[in-house]
Design a protein around this ligand. Sequence first.
Ligand code: SAH
Ligand code: SF4
Ligand code: F3S
Length: 511
Amino acid sequence: MKYFIKTYGCQMNHSDSERIAGVLELANYKKSVEEIDADLVVINMCSVREAAVNRISGNFHKYKKYKISNSNFKTVITGCILPTDKNKFDKLFDLVIDIKEIEQLPERLKNCHSKKDCHSEFSSESSFDNDLTVPMSPEPVIDEMKKYKGQSQKILNQVQDDKNYCYSECSDSEMKSHDTMPKKSKSFVKTQDNDINDYFSINPQYESKITAYVPIMTGCNNFCSYCVVPYTRGREKSRPVDEILDEITNLVKNGYKEIILLGQNVNSYKPDGNTDFPKLLRLINNVPGDFWIRFLTSHPKDISEELIKTVAQCKKCTEHIHLALQSGDDEILEKMNRKYSAKHFLALTKMIRKNILNVSITTDIIIGFPGETEKQFQNTSKIMKEVKFDMVYINKYSPRTGTVSAKMNDDVSWKEKKRREDVLNTILEKTALENNQEYIGKTIDVLIEKKDKSYAYGKTRSFKNVKISYSCYPDLVEGISKRKKTVKVGKFSKIKITQANAWGLEGKVKK
Ligand code: SAH
Ligand code: SF4
Ligand code: F3S
């Protein structure tokens, strides 16, 4: 039996797909290069934007054709699925399975003779018939958010009574931070601790032989008002330290050079009473071997001075911090339930630059959040100019059913969102170019990721792309064997940077 996995969304989903592949390979499934040759297609879903959901439903006719030519052909969907979309997918796919239960996939497929037999345990009850989420207009939203804050203790009391609600044991203070907590629901966090532990201990089938994603936690407790992640992935659950260290030790022994730690908010990593994220970083830094450590993502409300100093002190931690700003306007940040101000964000970036030499700072920004005025947008432009980001992932706001902001009026037109996106892109192009020009003439370590006949390609510690020109070296003209010796895929090389543009660097091997 051959399988094909199609992955949507962020690095977390890509990492999960490696675990899905691990489970299937263990059950003797073989990877298919082409979707059309597979007996099993697994869609690993992202729900962060409406478009992906529509695309999947729209493309499904293709699988109906595959079923006609191959009677064994089956379709599975997993990943970040909103309970409201789950009903839609139930009708289309042979199996809808929670990612935390993915270890059971081969067994569930065996028993999956008809669509009716193999549906997951998801409840069809919607999680979002929530009379306790923020009531919306006609009153101003910000006032509504304040009014809602008063209700949060009532919600918390209900939530804490329901053990099924929170699959990680959230502390009181964590729970109190859920100002926009929806009404309790048994459907979207049905998974038990055992399932999560099973999921963490799956042996992944890594995509790359150089870089490995290592999940350190799953879920999110933050409930940013626009975001589906707490609904699709449930509450935060941290992975045990020894499991993480074992996985990394093995990876490094097998030649991996870049370890990317994953979590929606790595700063709240808390597997036990005495380990936190900075401590985890120090432990990983002590794993013997020559490798780099990266992590994604940090939340500005939680990133600490201790973490910044740890990154600065640990040799294997790379000089790159991804810190999602989302907006540079305090009122919008409050409506987003982000719990920090633009001033705080700015102070953090100053602290990062002061402590971590040659650091690159990247961010996510949402433009056109409900009610975002021109002046509020200008505040985002202003902070972007001030911070001088190396990269900004700019997202046009898209309302997602069930989130708090979906009840707000999405009143910034698509055309205006596009215009604001162009303005921010122009600022980014300028600051990224200025930052990259600082590298010209310097010789730096680059991890070589691939090469073709004329160029090698790699990354700097600060997460910059580098294109390395072979033809620059007289000693390489002699022959291919010598070229291979000089720049080897999967190894670090000293590269002298010769050129820079906004999106990357160019260089040559130091003689
Ligand atoms: N945990 C990460 C974000 C994960 S979601 C963090 O807090 O940094 C990745 C990004 O998708 C977010 O940072 C946000 O910029 C974007 N995003 C999430 N929901 C969105 C929505 N409804 N519309 C547009 N962009 C959205
Ligand atoms: Fe979404 Fe906010 Fe959690 Fe990030 S921190 S996953 S944006 S709810
Ligand atoms: Fe999407 Fe889930 Fe990541 S919703 S952005 S794949 S955590």
